[in-house]
Design a protein. Structure first.
Length: 292
């Protein structure tokens, strides 16, 4: 873990729970794409930088989930590097309490205020085309989170962030985190059309062709949606829907899974209502979902 993998003349990734991209800007300066999940990840990245006598110029965050910005504060404090994040992701990076608050739907209890959901604050600035290194292309990838983005480098490597998961991850956990289902599906359809020398997803193996894996992720979204619709052949409340999904897929409930999967299921319900597959009704002061 935290091995530096070179994939082109200038491009690398650091093998970690969420892959960290590293791009050489010149002989002495590099930038990172994301920073890992915590201070310890930041230390390991700093060690790699020191071993190669590289200066960290900037961190470009793809999005603001804690496992992608957790090393920001440490690395910025150690190197003085700039940090950039796209759109709303910048606000969440500056104020990371927003992530567990969003997931829970209120002020999060202590069980949710830990490093896996709550990164340390860092001094991020808004990512624009003007703040990118020369030759970089910004690729909007919304859906998994608000304004998530990927990057194409001058060596034609595309860093894809969390817009898709590996087959193994999907088969094990079934319901991957999604904020906006419609945007997520649109992003995956776009990703299927992309061409690059190499694709580097954060949670799947680097590959020259990502089309098949993107389709597998699309199919899994549709499978989950169909499952929810079938459950709602009778009017059900959210908690019952969530419980039955956990039971049918053999998932184990805890606070972290409750908010991650629960938030995702709420997003599915909203999308299914907006697309005319589910109806929402209020009975005896309960919100119930039913198949149309």
């Amino acid at each position: 873990m935290y091995e530096l993998i070179q994939i082109s003349e200038h491009d690398y990734y650091i093998q970690s729970p969420a892959k960290i991209g590293l791009v050489k800007l010149n002989d002495t300066e590099v930038c990172l794409i994301d920073s890992g999940n915590d201070k310890d990840a930041g230390r390991k990245v700093r060690k790699l930088l020191d071993e190669h006598e590289w200066t960290l110029k900037a961190i470009y965050n793809t999005h603001s989930n804690a496992d992608h910005i957790g090393g920001n504060k440490y690395l910025q404090g150690q190197t003085g590097c700039k940090i950039y994040a796209p759109g709303i992701e910048c606000d969440f990076t500056r104020h990371p309490i927003l992530e567990p608050s969003l997931l829970y739907g209120g002020y999060p209890c202590k069980d949710l205020r830990h490093k896996f959901l709550l990164a340390q604050e860092s001094g991020a600035e808004y990512l624009t085309k003007e703040t990118l290194p020369e030759g970089f292309e910004l690729i909007p990838l919304p859906g998994h989170f608000f304004d998530m983005a990927g990057f194409r480098t001058p060596d034609d490597t595309v860093y894809l962030a969390d817009c898709l998961s590996s087959r193994e991850t999907l088969d094990k956990y079934q319901i991957g985190f999604i904020y906006d289902v419609a945007a997520y599906l649109n992003t995956l359809e776009k990703v299927k059309t992309l061409k690059a020398r190499l694709f580097v997803p954060a949670h799947a193996e680097a590959a020259k062709d990502i089309t098949e894996l993107a389709q597998y992720n699309i199919d899994k979204v549709n499978e989950i949606a169909d499952k929810i619709v079938s459950l709602c052949k009778e009017p059900l409340g959210f908690e019952v829907i969530l419980q039955r999904l956990f039971t049918e897929y053999g998932l184990v409930m805890n606070f972290e899974q409750y908010v991650l999967v629960g938030s995702t299921v709420r997003s599915y319900l909203a999308w299914l209502k907006d697309t005319g597959r589910l109806n929402a009704v209020f009975e005896k002061n309960l919100l119930l979902w039913e198949k149309i």
